[in-house]
Design a protein around this ligand. Sequence first.
Ligand SMILES: Cc1cc2nc3c(=O)[nH]c(=O)nc-3n(C[C@H](O)[C@H](O)[C@H](O)COP(=O)(O)O)c2cc1C
Length: 390
Amino acid sequence: MSRNAWFETVAEAQRRAKKRLPSPVYGALIAGSEKGVTLDDNIAAYSELGFAPRIADHHAQRDLSTSVMGIDIAMPVIISPTGVQAVHPQGEVAVARAAANRGTIMGLSSFASKAVEDVVAANANTLFQVYWSGERDEMVHRLERAKAAGAKGLIATLDWSFSHGRDWGSPQIPEKLTLGAAINFAPHALPRIPWLWSFAKTFRIPDLKAPNLKPKAGGEPPTFFGAYGEWMGTPPPSWDDVKWLRDQWDGPFMLKGVGRIDDAKRAIDIGATTISVSNHGGNNLDTIPAPIRMLPGIAEAVGDQIEIVLDGGVRRGSDVVKAVALGARAVMIGRAYLWGLAANGQAGVENVLDVMRNGIDSALLGLGRGSLGELSRDDIYVPEGFEKIR
Ligand SMILES: Cc1cc2nc3c(=O)[nH]c(=O)nc-3n(C[C@H](O)[C@H](O)[C@H](O)COP(=O)(O)O)c2cc1C
């Protein structure tokens, strides 16, 4: 870790990531869709919620521990699966190690750049994430491989609509660094010497492959773009298909992307363990409300029947406490740890988790709460019209 590498907020990690990464890579992490209304609301919504503090009877020590999908964790923040691709040479392995060192769960995308075996070796508490993509025997093969590697749970992400347009333009990322692509990419990469050097040291250039989607018959894994093409070409699943997928996994199962009470109820019907109230970090349909607006209604309707987590827009410990007070068991973070990874590798992800932990602890202290279980809606000012319920 270099001097002054520590950052005190996720916003600072993001500034450093922006400085370090080639602009198309940074742009790929910003992502978002259409006008970016959801992207912005995911973060802005937290600012509309206020805390109702207490001034005495504070707890000298606060207990931040909880569990998600039957796994005990040190704090209510887990790693959401992202195709980390090219942010850092150690990619998901560095993220998994950081999560293990801070006592929490690693969510691994099937589009990730590192093999599930290597990631589970770095963090025994790994959840493997899949999309509805490809033939059924290939899907089963991926699940069997993840199970054999030791993944403890499955995340099925269903909220995606292949909405590719962005008013601010999409980044151009080469599929392979061929000579021609490298020349085109050079104007972005050359001013980013530390990022280039981090790959050069490993004698590898980022190759955008998805090793966890290696076909059953063997051979080379698809490229990221090949994998995306397969997903796009797969007819979307019915609830019967989703039930079939759930039945292929013997263990805890999360449905990610829930934004309605009726879908949350269907998740219970098919035997899901957990749902994530989510809009894919603002990358799905634009103008879906922020998950924190959808959470209270969903929690009220089904919170006693299924475990609920939330992801989208979480950048501070206080955001986490607001989500827990409004009915989430824990949150998943996406860009927050990607900024940390880009800024300072594994130590940067640990730094982000420490920022979260400190923020959660401060909020519990100020609210006069000794543990997460004591948090309630009474701790939060929720303005009229804040909630979105369907
Ligand atoms: C660059 C990027 C890649 C992502 N890739 C995946 C993925 O492969 N699988 C998945 O389930 N979600 C993916 N997501 C969504 C995240 O898991 C999560 O829902 C989202 O990032 C949460 O919002 P936040 O970034 O504001 O924390 C991705 C998000 C980003 C930003």
